[in-house]
Ligand binder design. Structure first.
Ligand SMILES: Nc1nc2c(c(=O)[nH]1)N[C@H]1C(S)=C(S)[C@@H](COP(=O)(O)O)O[C@H]1N2
Ligand SMILES: [Mo]
Length: 253
C-alpha cells in the first residue's frame, strides 16, 4: 500500500459501504485497484473472502507481530497432524539424514538457488515461541528455530514483478503467501523445534512457519519455493490446495 491516505480513503469510502449489495461490488472494485484481492476470490467465499483479506491488510500494519510466549508456556502435549510422506524419494532422503535433500528456490528471482540444510543453517537464525492453531480446533505453543524467509528471499533477489511466494512439499501439499506475509519478520523456514531437530512428523527437514495465519499455511516437508506474479497456472489457480477443499487461501489470525 503506497500511503496512509489511500488506506484511510479505502476504509472510509470502500469497506464502510460494504453493508449493501451494491457496496460489496463497489468495495471489491476498490480492493482490486489497491491490490487487495486474494487469489481465491472467485471461489465459494467470493466477496466475503476479499473483504476479510482486504480489511486485515488495511487495518493491521504489514509488520504487526504475532504474540510470542515464554518458555514456561510451551505446550506439554503437542499434536502431530498426519505422517511424513511415504514416497520413496522422501523416505530415501530421510533414511540418509537429509544430506542429499535440497531446497530449490526459483521463479522471478535474480539468482535461482538450491540450498542444503547446512547452507540454510549458516544464515543467521531466529528462534520464537508462537502459537499454532489448526482449523480443526486444536492448537499448541512451541519454540521454533530457523532462518527468516526474508533472508533467503533477499539472498536470491526477488524480482520487482513478484507478488506471491509458493511453497511445495514432498506430499503434494502446497500453499502460497503474499509478499507482506513472506517478508514478515516472524515468517520462518524452520529446522528446529523446542531446542531439538525438527521432528519427522512436524515437517523435517524444513517447514514453513507463518505465525500470523492458521496451521495449514505452515507447509511441512518443503521441497521447492517458487516466486511468481500469478497463481493462475498452479493447481486450480486458487493460491493453494486449501480453497480447493473449502478453506480460504487467507487464514489470518
Ligand atoms: N506438507 C504438509 N504440510 C502441512 C500439512 C500437510 O498435510 N502436509 N498439514 C497442515 C495442517 S492442516 C496443519 S494444522 C499443520 C499441522 O502441523 P503439526 O503436525 O506440526 O501440528 O501442518 C500443516 N502443514
Ligand atoms: Mo490443520
Amino acid at each position: 500500500m503506497s500511503n496512509g491516505l489511500s488506506r484511510r480513503r479505502l476504509i472510509t469510502s470502500g469497506l464502510a459501504a460494504a453493508a449493501g449489495a451494491s457496496g460489496l461490488v463497489y468495495s471489491a472494485r476498490l480492493a482490486s485497484r489497491h491490490g487487495l484481492i486474494p487469489p481465491d476470490n472467485g471461489g465459494i467465499w467470493g466477496v466475503g473472502e476479499t473483504l476479510t483479506y482486504a480489511a486485515q491488510r488495511i487495518l493491521t500494519s504489514h509488520h504487526s507481530l504475532a504474540r510470542e510466549f515464554h518458555r514456561s508456556q510451551i505446550s506439554r502435549v503437542i499434536p502431530v497432524n498426519g505422517e511424513p510422506p511415504k514416497t520413496e524419494p522422501f523416505a530415501h532422503l530421510s533414511r540418509d539424514g537429509f544430506v542429499d535433500w535440497r531446497l530449490k528456490v526459483d521463479g522471478l528471482v535474480a539468482r535461482p538457488a538450491s540450498f542444503s540444510l547446512d547452507q540454510l543453517k549458516r544464515f543467521r537464525s531466529r528462534t520464537q515461541i508462537t502459537h499454532q492453531a489448526c482449523e480443526e480446533g486444536w492448537s499448541f505453543i512451541a519454540e521454533w528455530t530457523g532462518v527468516p524467509l526474508s533472508t533467503v528471499l533477499n539472498f536470491v533477489g526477488v524480482g520487482s514483478r513478484a507478488r506471491y511466494i509458493v511453497f511445495f512439499a514432498f506430499d503434494d501439499f502446497w500453499d502460497s503467501l503474499d509478499l507482506a506475509d513472506a517478508f514478515h519478520p516472524q515468517t520462518l523456514l524452520t529446522y528446529g523445534m523446542n531446542g531439538e531437530e525438527l521432528p519427522a512428523g512436524h515437517g523435517a527437514p524444513l517447514r514453513l512457519r507463518v505465525a500470523r495465519q492458521l496451521g495449514y499455511k505452515s507447509v511441512k516437508y518443503l521441497s521447492h519455493i517458487l516466486v511468481t506474479n500469478t497463481l493462475k497456472h498452479i493447481g486450480k489457480g486458487l493460491g493453494s490446495g486449501a480453497p480447493e477443499v473449502g478453506y480460504s487461501w487467507y487464514a489470518g489470525i
